[in-house]
Ligand binder design. Structure first.
Ligand code: ACK
Length: 995
């Protein structure tokens, strides 16, 4: 290059040197991969220049003193320029398409003085593919032109003066390339150009992570089509759907499809899957965050799949990991039992602690126990027989009640009630149960079955049968009642047999007979068997040979005569015994009814007054205890005769038991001693779970004592006052049921209490109520509530039936009146009957028809029963057996206790209780509906088939709804009246039965 050219370009270069940014600071886009970068080269580039005086390589430094290499040519003063500059061989790598980026400056030809018209303002860019480096071998024709490069801006002399640099950047694509490498060439045909930098690059899609999948560096295709690339999941993750993306020709990733999910124990953080921190867990595959450990669980380590439970907490199979750890529930509470002969209804409250779960059920375990208590010896329990029935079932109960049936009579049972949930099985040591111990009542035997005819003759027949399935006690004998079928029971014969077979003689030949058998235990007769029919052999079928027949006839006649004689004697002796004073409760009273023999099997109460020596009665009915066996703990109250203490009784060979000890204070006179011990003579005759049990007496040493079972909760009136509002209606009804059951027993025994009141009922720890305070006239003397009447007796006015106040007519019916008052006391939690009214006002009000209103919250059914007990006409009052049956019905069907008196009274046309006093007996359902002002439903009742009072009396609230009574107030009125009707019918039925 001559001096002119140099002078034309040097200023440019000096400018350039000042403007080119330092090489180190250049950052190229991440999707561009350089194959050549002239600026990156520190030494000579070694490119070939042809001819030699054409392109010239010049070294310089930029403003950072970084050396750069440039090429320039400026032969504008000469004609026919063809100067080539060829790069070194550039390997193509995997690129199919390359980009050439040129930075250059170009001198404006017009700004060059004295140019002869050869000056150009363009140069050519060319390339040649080659599989290997061809060294300096160079052939122009082997190059293909890529483009003619023109400057967008060329500079002038003025620019130089102003120090304005006009640097051009041009980029050209080349491809597709097929050989391993290529050369680039720059052809100058007479321009004044400085090639400041040459960069050759190709584009790629750079490696990346999308949706937790890694996509590698990918070189696009030369064509327009996209390259599909499969991703691979990052560590600790799994494919949900195969991850894919497309790499575009421009080196851009497009359309991500599919994804990966972090493994359990890992969560997504900055496009990676990282372990959950301690205290957190993740149990499933997914990109959600790790969750905090739920209550009562923990994770001490990183990467937890789930959290372990704290001590004494568990997770049931199937519990989600997100659920708190739980534990078995605590024991059920407030278990109450209502015994009905050989079945018991158990009720309890939900446990205080559910253990944190909702899948709670109850299981009831039945154990039969012997020993312990007053019977002494260790308490031995064994699982109940398999034929004990549970309703609805024994395990998996969702409600807090169960009925247990087919128990043995007079037997101790313990029921263990356990609340269970889904984790109970995992923590056997934490399981708790509530237990209740009961003693079943006496119950009549079940009917005999399988009556068989063993032998048949003309005048006799031999029969045998099976013992009742549930004898409920020792079978004393069987009663066989038979009659001729034709005669329809107008005349019948009764026989008794000790075993399970009998021969009936004195029958008519060829005659059909009907027969029923029933078993008798100490509890009385059981239900009769199904009617059994048999026929005697006809005359012709007489099976005994002719010569023997006469003998047999005589024998049979003699047997019949003997039997008749025996029966006659039995009857006569019976009559005699009845008239003479009964000395022992086991002695049976014989009665004749309808000309036939009737043998009641129930024990009868013996009045100690009937003993000439009252001391004898005490020793007959009460066990004499040795005072050394009794230890007194403390005084619990005061009685008429002395203190009442609590203590312990230890009889040899028996377990120690808690007892209450009534003492006779010193300085008594003989009459007081007799009166004191009379109570023991009476109590000792009773044996019932709802009657206070006498353990024995101490009469041979001082002080004289009566020892009875200890009742932890003391007397019912004060107990209720102390626990005002604490019990459910069912619990209160359970208590009332117990009292009624005890009273039924007393009335069956023929004993009239005369002072039935809540203060004379004792309550034990299981809320079992027992009737106490026996002692006839003594009771009334003793009772602070008793007041003298005009007739001279001392009577607890508020509890006593009008006929007993007026003319001392005490009976089980007057006890029923008192029972009604006890009901009122119980439902009002120990309120004083008739509050502060004077005794005289009470007597007058009752006479005028006033009756105690229902206590607050009292179910209609219970107040109706009270009113029924307070009927003026004593024969209209229910019997205790009816009361027990009715209360059992209420307990079994708790919805019948829902209608409350205050709800019914809020009805505008509600009849006031005194209007219903007389309980008229209706004859038709229509009349009954008229009487309760519900006549509009007559057609509904008829259409639904309720056309008898019996059917109406047992209706439930659902039945009433089904009939079409939609108004709730009407439903309640009908149901409460139906319940009263039920009682009335029971009573009527009872009257019919006893007549
Ligand atoms: O209400 P209380 O605590 O229960 O006060 C009276 C007191 O003695 C006078 O009668 C209590 N009492 C009576 N018999 C018994 C018994 N068998 N068990 C416990 N306490 C009794 C009664």
């Amino acid at each position: 290059m001559d001096c002119t050219a140099r002078s034309l370009l040097l200023p440019i270069l000096s400018l350039l040197l000042r403007c080119v940014p330092p090489a180190v600071s250049i950052i190229y886009p991440p999707n561009e991969v350089n194959l050549l970068d002239s600026k990156a080269s520190q030494g000579e580039l070694g490119w070939i220049s042809y001819p030699a005086h054409g392109w010239e390589e010049i070294s310089g430094v930029d403003e950072h003193y970084t050396p750069i290499r440039t090429f320039q040519v400026c032969n504008v003063m000469e004609y026919s320029q063809n100067n080539w500059l060829r790069t070194n061989w550039i390997p193509r790598q995997s690129a199919q398409k390359i980009y050439v980026e040129l930075k250059f400056t170009l001198r404006d030809c017009n700004s060059i003085p004295l140019v002869l018209g050869t000056c150009k303002e363009t140069f050519n860019l060319l390339y040649q593919e080659a599989d290997d480096d061809q060294g300096s071998h160079f052939r122009e024709h082997q190059f293909s032109k890529i483009d003619t490069i023109a400057a967008d801006e060329s500079f002038t002399q003025m620019d130089l003066g102003d120090r304005i640099l006009k640097l051009n950047t041009e980029v050209r694509e080349v491809g597709p390339l097929t050989k391993k490498g290529f050369y680039l060439a720059f052809q100058d045909v007479g321009a004044c150009v400085a090639l400041v930098s040459v960069r050759v690059f190709f584009k790629k899609c750079p490696n990346t992570v999308r949706n937790l999948a890694v996509f590698p560096d990918t070189v696009p295709m030369d064509s327009q089509s996209l390259v599909e690339v499969k991703g691979s999941c990052v560590n600790h993750s799994k494919e949900e759907e195969p991850p894919r993306m497309y790499c575009s020709t421009e080196g851009e990733w497009l359309v991500p499809i599919g994804k990966c999910l972090c493994n359990p124990g890992y969560e997504e953080r900055s496009s990676t899957c990282q372990m959950c921190r301690a205290g957190f867990y993740k149990s499933t595959l997914g990109n959600m965050e790790c969750s905090k450990c739920p209550p009562h669980s923990f994770s001490h380590h990183e990467g937890a799949l789930h959290c372990g439970c704290e001590k004494n907490y568990f997770r049931a199979e199937g519990d989600p990991a997100s659920m708190a750890c739980t534990r078995p529930p605590s024991a059920p509470r407030n278990v109450i039992s209502s015994i009905n002969e050989t079945s018991v209804i158990l009720d309890w409250s939900w446990p205080e602690d559910s253990g944190g779960r909702r899948d709670m059920t109850f299981t009831v375990l039945c154990k039969r126990c012997r020993g312990g208590g007053s019977s002494g010896g260790p308490l031995r329990c064994e699982p109940c027989r398999s034929n004990v029935r549970f309703f609805p079932r024994a395990a998996g109960l969702h409600n807090t009640t169960v009925t247990v049936g087919d128990l043995l009579a007079h037997t101790n049972y313990t029921f263990e009630i356990e609340a269970q949930n889904g984790v109970s099985a995992m923590a056997p040591k934490m399981r708790q149960h509530a237990a209740v111990t009961i003693t079943t009542n006496q119950a009549a035997p079940s009917p005999v079955s399988m009556i068989r005819k063993d032998k048949t003759y003309r005048n006799s027949v031999s029969l045998s049968w099976h013992e009742p399935e549930r004898p409920n006690g020792i079978i004393l004998d069987y009663e066989i009642k038979y009659y001729e079928k034709e005669e329809q029971e107008t005349s019948y014969t009764i026989l008794r047999a000790r075993g399970c077979n009998v021969t009936l003689s004195g029958l008519k030949p060829g005659t059909a007979y009907l027969l029923q058998i029933r078993a008798r235990t100490a509890a009385g007769y059981g239900a009769s068997s199904a009617t059994f029919q048999f026929e005697t052999s006809p005359d012709s079928a007489f099976s005994i040979s002719g010569e023997n027949s006469q003998v047999v006839l005589i024998a049979v006649s003699s047997a019949v005569a003997i039997i008749l004689l025996t029966v006659l004697l039995y009857v006569l002796i019976g009559r005699f015994c009845c008239r003479s004073k009964s000395k022992h409760p086991d002695e049976k009273r014989l009665q004749f009814g309808n000309g036939h023999l009737r043998l009641p099997g129930i024990r009868t109460y013996v009045d100690p007054h009937t003993y000439e020596d009252p001391g004898q009665a005490v020793h007959e009915f009460a066990k004499e205890l040795d005072a050394s066996c009794i230890s007194i703990d403390k005084v619990v109250g005061a009685g008429e005769f002395g203190e009442v203490c609590s203590g312990r009784l230890r009889t040899p060979g028996k377990k120690e038991i808690a007892v209450a000890i009534k003492t006779l204070k010193g300085g008594y006179v003989e009459r007081q001693r007799r009166d004191f011990l009379r109570e023991a003579s009476i109590m000792g005759q009773f044996d019932h779970p709802n009657i206070i049990r006498l353990e024995g007496v101490v009469t041979k040493s001082r002080p004289v004592m009566i020892v009875v079972e200890f009742m932890e909760n003391g007397s019912l009136d004060s107990f209720l006052r102390q626990h005002d509002g604490h019990f459910t209606v069912i619990q209160l009804v359970g208590m009332l049921r117990g009292i009624a059951s005890g009273m039924k027993y007393l009335s069956d025994m023929g004993y009239v209490h005369r002072d039935l009141a809540a203060r004379n009922i004792l309550v034990n720890s299981n809320l079992v109520c027992k009737v106490s305070d026996f002692g006839l006239s003594r009771v009334l003397e003793d009772d602070p509530e008793a007041a003298y009447t005009t007739t001279g007796g001392k009577i607890p006015i508020r509890w006593t039936a009008p006929e007993a106040i007026a003319y001392r007519k005490f009976s089980s019916a007057s006890d029923t009146w008192s029972y009604g008052i006890v009901m009122w006391e119980v439902m009002s939690y120990g309120e004083r009957p008739y509050w502060e009214m004077s005794n005289q006002d009470v007597i007058l009000s009752i006479e005028e028809g006033y009756r105690l209103p229902a206590p607050l919250g009292c179910p209609v059914a219970l107040h109706q029963l009270m009113l029924h007990c307070w009927q003026k006409e004593r024969s209209h009052r229910p019997k205790f057996v009816d009361i027990v049956t009715f209360l059992d019905k209420l307990i079994r069907n708790p919805s019948s206790l829902l209608p409350l008196v205050e709800d019914i009274q809020s009805l505008p046309e509600s009849p006031c209780p005194s209007e219903e006093m007389d309980y008229p007996m209706f004859i038709s359902v229509g009349e009954w509906l008229d009487s309760i002002k519900m006549s509009q439903y007559k057609n509904n009742f008829m259409a639904a088939g309720y056309n008898t009072l019996d059917a109406v009396a047992t209706m439930s609230i659902e039945d009433v709804r089904r009939v079409g009574v939609e108004l709730i107030g009407h439903q309640r009125r009908i149901i409460s009246s139906a319940q009263t009707l039920h009682l009335q019918l029971l009573h009527e039925h009872d009257k019919g039965f006893h007549v």
